[in-house]
Design a protein around this ligand. Structure first.
Ligand code: ADP
Ligand code: ADP
Length: 228
């Protein structure tokens, strides 16, 4: 588990007309907290998540994880797992291998990989699908694999980038319940980007509303949406 703090974080894309897409972003995520980032399309939600992950450099300010400044820490060393909208699975690998992949990279002994993958597969009801490849799975099953791959690394925090937006409404509702259950079960810190108000309302401990001029509001779901 981890706390994450952004202080004065900005992002500028270089070029002729240097684009200042984010300015002075400030918020903190507590240990084990579920924070949802919302805001209009293009306001920079995904960029904020990618900066926390280290997939995008920050142009100003500072990001700390558990109090430690990580501005220059490479993504793999931050101890975070990211789950993407398009799943980002390896199509030529089995579900087992997809989930095991990061453990293999980290040279976890084979004897430990198998039980780790099995335990995650059980958690996500993927046990009967371990030999399949992603093209042989439904969208919901693929997203479970992507989540399984994130869980198996035992990250300090999970970063979700619109993980359910490629699913139909019924599956989205199921997966929403699943993610809420995982948050309870793992007690992990989660940062979750979505444009779906129902997801934000039902999943968040706190919601961060981003707008063109940075963070517009932060608060518990009720406090934000139940104003007259
Ligand atoms: P959101 O997730 O809120 O929809 P993004 O973080 O994806 O927003 O994008 C924020 C803004 O940054 C968008 O206006 C987008 O066009 C711009 N942007 C993203 N990547 C680049 C890039 N490589 N160069 C210039 N602008 C970019
Ligand atoms: P070896 O059989 O040489 O010990 P592995 O243990 O890595 O090699 O297993 C080989 C392949 O078998 C894996 O890449 C994976 O696809 C599959 N596999 C291993 N264990 C399981 C399991 N418990 N359930 C499903 N598939 C498995």
């Amino acid at each position: 588990m981890a706390s994450i703090t952004l202080t004065g974080v900005g992002k500028t894309y270089p070029g002729k007309s240097a684009t200042h897409i984010l300015k002075d972003i400030e918020f903190s995520i507590g240990d084990g907290e579920f924070v949802v980032l919302v805001g209009p399309s293009g306001c920079g939600k995904s960029t904020v998540l990618r900066m926390i992950a280290g997939l995008e450099e920050i142009s100003s300010g500072e990001i700390r994880i558990d109090g430690e400044r990580v501005n220059e820490t490479p993504p793999a060393k931050r101890g975070l797992s990211m789950v993407f909208q398009n799943y980002a699975l390896y199509a030529h690998m089995s579900v087992f291998e997809n989930i095991a992949f990061s453990l293999r990279l980290a040279r976890v002994p084979k004897a430990d990989i198998r039980p780790a993958v099995q335990s995650v597969a059980k958690m996500l009801q993927l046990e009967h699908l371990l030999e399949r490849r992603p093209p042989q799975l439904s969208g919901g099953q693929r997203q479970r694999v992507a989540i399984g791959r994130a869980i198996v690394r035992k990250p300090r925090a999970f970063l979700f980038d619109e993980p359910l937006s490629n699913l139909d409404a019924a599956l989205r509702a199921d997966m929403r319940v699943e993610i809420a259950r995982l948050h309870k079960q793992l007690g992990a810190t989660m940062v979750y980007v979505t444009h779906d108000q129902v997801e934000a309302m039902t999943l968040a401990d706190r919601i961060v509303v981003l707008g063109p001029s940075g963070v517009q509001q932060i608060g518990a779901p009720m406090a934000l949406y139940e104003r007259p």
